[in-house]
Design a protein around this ligand. Structure first.
Ligand SMILES: [Zn+2]
Ligand SMILES: [Zn+2]
Length: 212
């Protein structure tokens, strides 16, 4: 394997992974550095090469190399006979191999899965299907993060304290004359039946002021 300017750890890792899998290593491991944080990679089966362009984050460089090695191993795996389909680039077959590599060679497999999911959200779906440990916590983590980013943080505040509902007509609608809230559906039915014994409180949801 020609490895040019690839660091020793990368050469060692590539050779070890291929040897453990009983697969010939690529002819060339190309290594470049770029002035950014994250790495990118490209595996070319027919050219027999893996190319990695690394950023400053060395954990990410290692992760990217393992991701590309998973492509390499997937491409070398014998095709099942009579199974003439194109393997999906980041499909189940790929991830079965990739997760195996991450479990074996990544310092923290759950952190590695998180890293993978940032780039390829589909990774979590495959991890789930393959019952990978730590997946459920990561799915939840992403859900919470997505909700938090979508909706500004807010708090509930009482606008009008609890009071008896006083139904009045307002055009097509019935509203409470004390707080102005419109009553529809079941709430309207209940208020109509129970009269002034029905009480409610008017709340509002306000964004929490950002603290400096
Ligand atoms: Zn890939
Ligand atoms: Zn009211």
């Amino acid at each position: 394997m020609r490895s040019g300017s690839a660091p020793a750890w990368a050469v060692e890792l590539a050779l070890r992974v291929c040897a453990d899998a009983g697969v010939a290593p690529p002819d060339a491991l190309r290594w470049r550095r770029a002035d950014r944080d994250l790495s990118t990679g490209l595996t070319r089966r027919h050219a027999g090469s893996i190319a990695v362009t690394t950023g400053w984050d060395t954990d990410d460089a290692r992760h990217t190399l393992l991701h590309e090695l998973a492509h390499w191993l997937t491409a070398q795996a014998p095709r099942r006979r009579g199974w003439r389909r194109q393997a999906v680039h980041h499909g189940r077959e790929f991830y079965a191999t990739a997760f195996e590599l991450l479990a074996r060679y990544a310092p923290d497999p759950v952190a590695a899965l998180r890293r993978e999911a940032v780039r390829y959200p589909n990774a979590l779906r495959h991890a789930r299907a393959l019952a990978l440990p730590g997946t459920e916590a990561l799915v939840l983590e992403r859900l919470v993060a997505r909700r938090a980013s979508r909706r500004p943080r807010a708090a509930w505040r009482v606008v009008v304290p609890e009071h008896a509902i006083r139904l009045v007509r307002d055009g097509r609608w019935y509203v409470c004359s004390t707080c102005g809230r419109r009553l529809v559906g079941r709430a309207l039915l209940r208020a109509a039946q129970r009269g002034s014994r029905d009480r409610h409180t008017l709340w509002t949801r306000e964004p929490i002021e950002a603290t400096a």
